[in-house]
Write a protein that binds this ligand. Structure first.
Ligand code: FEO
Ligand code: CA
Ligand code: CA
Ligand code: CA
Length: 598
C-alpha cells in the first residue's frame, strides 16, 4: 500500500517518446500545451525599454529579464486567491556568441553581458487557477539583482580578514552574485541560490593551494570583465580576497523588494550547485548542498537554532549559525563486485552506510590546523583533510518532505577510473560515468543525525542502446531513457521529478524533464514529461500537479550556434522572412515556460 501522502497525482500524462537531440522544439505530452512566462530581455519595470536584439545596451538590460535561468520558483502571493504570484529566477551565465552580433564593440558586449547576470523577481498574474500565468511589468515586487547589488555576508566569516577588500573594509558587504545555478525554497518562504562556477569570472595568481583547489588561474577570463573593474583580477592590490566573496549560498526574500539579500558563510564555500532545506523533527533547519565538480563532495548544514512556525524574521536567521558536515559513503558489497560498468552487485543493490564527518561543530573548527573562518572560506581544502567520499558531480540534493529521504543527483564524471583518478566505488559505480546516477539517503532517526544508510535509486542511461542501467528493479525496457540528472523537484504526492543537462552528449537525445515513481510496485519507473529545444538544458522544474501545470527554465537554447547562424529559434519561433510580432525576435532566448492542459 502507498504510504500516507502518496496517491494518484492529478497531473496525468502519457510519457513522450525520447526526442532526438537535433530537434529544435519543446515537446510536451498529448493534451498539453506550452507557452513562455518570461523571456530573456522582457522589460520588467515601467521605464524599461522593449527588447531590441540589434540595439542592446547595459542600461536596458538592467531593467529587463536576464539570461540563462536556472533555479526557478513560483510562490503564490498570500490573499491573492491564487491570482497573483511571485516568480524568482536566477541568471547563471551568458552565451555571448549567440547573444550579440560579431560586430558589437567588445566593451558593449561586456557591459550588456554583465547586466544579464544576477537574479530576478517578477510578479505574475492569471485570471483563475485554470489559466496560464502572465508576468506583470512594473509590479511592486519586481526586482533585478545586479553586480552592483549589495549582499550581506552572515555567519562566522562576516568581518573576517579573509574577505576584506579595499572597497569593503568591513568584510560584510559583497557586491553581486555569480554563477547562480540550482537553489531551493525554504520552509519560511525565502529563496536560496547556489554560487557555482564563480572561478570563471576571476583572474588570480593561481599559484596557491587555495587558488588551485578552486580552479582559479592567471589566464584572461572568457568575458574579460577584468578590463572594466579591478576586483575581477585578484592580483590587483586591495582585491586579493575578492574571490573569497563568491562561492556561497545566497538567500533572497522575494516578498520584500527593499530587503538586503544574504550570503551565508555557515554553509561553506565551494561550487554550490544549490541548497535545499528541511526542518528536522527536533526543529533544526537542515540544508543539503552538493559541490558540482568531478570528485568533489556532498555537504550538510544543521542550524544551531530551531525553526519557529510563523516567525519569519527569526527563521531568516537560521542559516547564519550551525554545524557543517561532509559525507562519507561506505558500500556493503565486495570491491571485486563493483565492475565499473554499472552492473548491480550480487546482493541486488548498490547500498551501504554513511556518516557525516564534522567540519564545524558548535562554532568551533573540527579540522586540525584550520580556524572556523578558514574551514568556511576554504571548505574544499578543509574537507580534503577529513576523508569524505569523492562523488560524481553532485548537482541538486533535495530531501523529500514526504519521507525525509534525501536524493542526490550525480550528473556524470567522465574522469572516473581514468589515469590516476579514483575508480568506481559502490556509490559511484561506473567508470567514465557518462550518464550519471541518483543516490537515495535515509538518515538514522532525525535529519540532524550524523549517520545514514544509502542506496542508488537509479543508474542512468538508455537501455535500448545497450547501456547497463538500474532502476531499483523496475524493468529497464519500460522506462524513458534518461541521462545526466541535474535538478530535482517533488510533486504534491511525493513523486520525484528530474531535469537533465547533458543527454545530447550522453545518449544523443534531447534533455528533458522526467517523473520518477518512488514508492510501491512501480518504484523506479521513469516517465519523460517534456523535452527542451536544441542545445538547451532543462532547469528549475516546478510541478504544480494540483493545478495540472509544470514549469521549467530552458537554459542556453542554441548555445553551439552563433548570433549570425542560430541553431535554435526558441521560444518565439518566428518564421524566416516573416515580421516578428510585438516583443518577439528570430533568435534563441532562454525563458521560463509553463506547460498546462490546453
Ligand atoms: Fe550549473 Fe552544476 O550546473
Ligand atoms: Ca550492496
Ligand atoms: Ca545544474
Ligand atoms: Ca549541470
Amino acid at each position: 500500500a502507498a504510504k500516507e501522502g502518496f496517491g494518484k497525482s492529478k497531473l496525468q500524462f502519457t510519457a513522450i517518446p525520447s526526442v532526438d537531440a537535433a530537434v529544435d522544439a519543446v515537446t510536451v505530452p498529448a493534451g498539453y500545451t506550452w507557452q513562455p512566462v518570461i523571456r530573456w530581455g522582457d522589460p520588467i519595470f515601467n521605464d524599461a525599454p522593449d527588447f531590441d536584439l540589434n540595439n542592446q545596451s547595459a542600461a536596458a538590460q538592467e531593467k529587463q529579464f536576464g539570461y540563462n535561468n536556472d533555479y526557478t520558483d513560483i510562490l503564490e502571493i498570500p490573499d491573492s486567491k491564487g491570482r497573483r504570484a511571485v516568480l524568482f529566477s536566477n541568471h547563471e551565465y551568458t552565451n555571448e556568441n549567440i547573444m550579440f552580433p560579431a560586430t558589437m564593440p567588445a566593451d558593449q558586449v561586456r557591459a550588456v553581458g554583465a547586466a544579464a547576470h544576477g537574479l530576478s523577481v517578477v510578479e505574475l498574474e492569471r485570471k483563475n487557477k485554470n489559466k496560464p500565468w502572465s508576468y506583470v511589468k512594473g509590479a511592486d515586487l519586481n526586482r533585478r539583482f545586479l553586480n552592483s547589488t549589495v549582499y550581506e555576508l552572515t555567519g562566522p566569516v562576516a568581518g573576517s580578514a579573509l574577505v576584506k577588500t579595499v572597497a569593503d573594509p568591513s568584510g560584510r558587504a559583497i557586491r553581486g552574485t555569480l554563477g547562480n545555478c540550482a537553489g531551493g525554497t525554504t520552509p519560511w518562504g525565502t529563496i536560496l541560490s547556489g554560487e557555482e562556477n564563480f572561478n570563471g569570472y576571476f583572474v588570480a595568481p593561481g599559484t596557491s593551494a587555495e587558488d588551485k583547489r578552486y580552479g582559479l588561474t592567471s589566464k584572461a577570463t572568457a568575458r574579460q570583465w577584468e578590463l572594466d573593474d579591478p576586483r575581477w583580477d585578484t592580483r590587483n592590490a586591495g582585491y586579493e580576497n575578492e574571490t573569497n566573496r563568491f562561492g556561497w549560498i545566497v538567500e533572497v526574500d522575494p516578498f520584500d523588494p527593499t530587503s538586503t539579500p544574504k550570503k551565508h558563510s555557515s554553509l561553506g564555500r565551494f561550487k554550490h550547485e544549490g541548497a535545499n532545506v528541511i526542518i528536522a523533527r527536533s526543529g533544526h533547519a537542515v540544508a543539503y548542498s552538493g559541490d558540482d565538480e568531478r570528485f568533489d563532495y556532498l555537504y550538510k548544514f544543521v542550524s544551531r537554532d530551531k525553526y519557529r512556525e510563523g516567525d519569519r524574521k527569526h527563521n531568516m536567521t537560521l542559516l547564519s549559525a550551525g554545524n557543517l558536515y561532509v559525507a562519507k559513503f561506505t558500500g556493503n558489497s565486495p570491491a571485486a563486485e563493483i565492475t565499473g560498468t554499472g552492473a548491480v552487485p550480487s546482493d541486488g543493490a548498490f547500498d551501504g552506510i554513511g556518516e557525516w564527518l564534522p567540519l564545524v561543530v558548535d562554532g568551533k573548527s573540527a579540522v586540525p590546523g584550520m580556524s572556523v573562518e578558514q574551514v568556511l572560506v576554504y571548505t574544499r581544502l578543509a574537507a580534503d583533510k577529513v576523508g569524505p567520499t569523492k562523488m560524481d558531480r553532485c548537482e541538486d540534493v533535495q530531501p523529500s518532505l514526504h519521507t525525509g529521504k534525501v536524493y542526490v543527483a550525480c550528473t556524470n564524471n567522465s574522469n572516473r577510473g581514468t589515469g590516476a583518478n579514483e575508480a568506481a566505488t559502490e556509490v559511484n559505480p561506473r567508470n567514465q560515468n557518462r550518464d550519471g546516477h541518483i543516490v537515495e539517503i535515509t538518515e538514522t532517526g532525525d535529519q540532524t543525525s550524523t549517520t545514514f544508510t544509502w542506496n542508488l535509486l537509479m543508474v542512468c542511461g538508455d537501455p535500448a542502446q545497450g547501456d547497463v542501467t538500474y532502476f531499483s528493479g523496475f524493468p529497464v525496457d519500460k522506462v524513458s531513457p534518461i541521462s545526466c540528472p541535474d535538478n530535482l523537484a517533488f510533486d504534491s504526492v511525493g513523486n520525484l521529478w528530474i531535469s537533465t543537462d547533458g543527454a545530447p552528449s550522453g545518449i544523443g537525445r534531447a534533455d528533458g524533464l522526467f517523473k520518477v515513481t518512488l514508492e510501491g510496485a512501480e518504484r523506479g519507473k521513469v516517465e519523460q514529461f517534456l523535452a527542451v529545444p536544441r542545445d538547451a538544458e532543462t532547469c528549475g522544474p516546478i510541478v504544480h500537479d494540483e493545478e495540472r501545470s509544470v514549469f521549467v527554465a530552458v537554459q542556453h537554447p542554441g548555445e553551439d550556434g552563433t548570433f549570425e547562424a542560430p541553431r535554435s529559434y526558441f521560444p518565439d519561433y518566428v518564421a524566416a522572412g516573416s515580421t516578428p510580432a510585438a516583443g518577439q525576435v528570430r533568435a534563441p532566448r532562454p525563458a521560463v515556460i509553463q506547460v498546462f492542459r490546453g
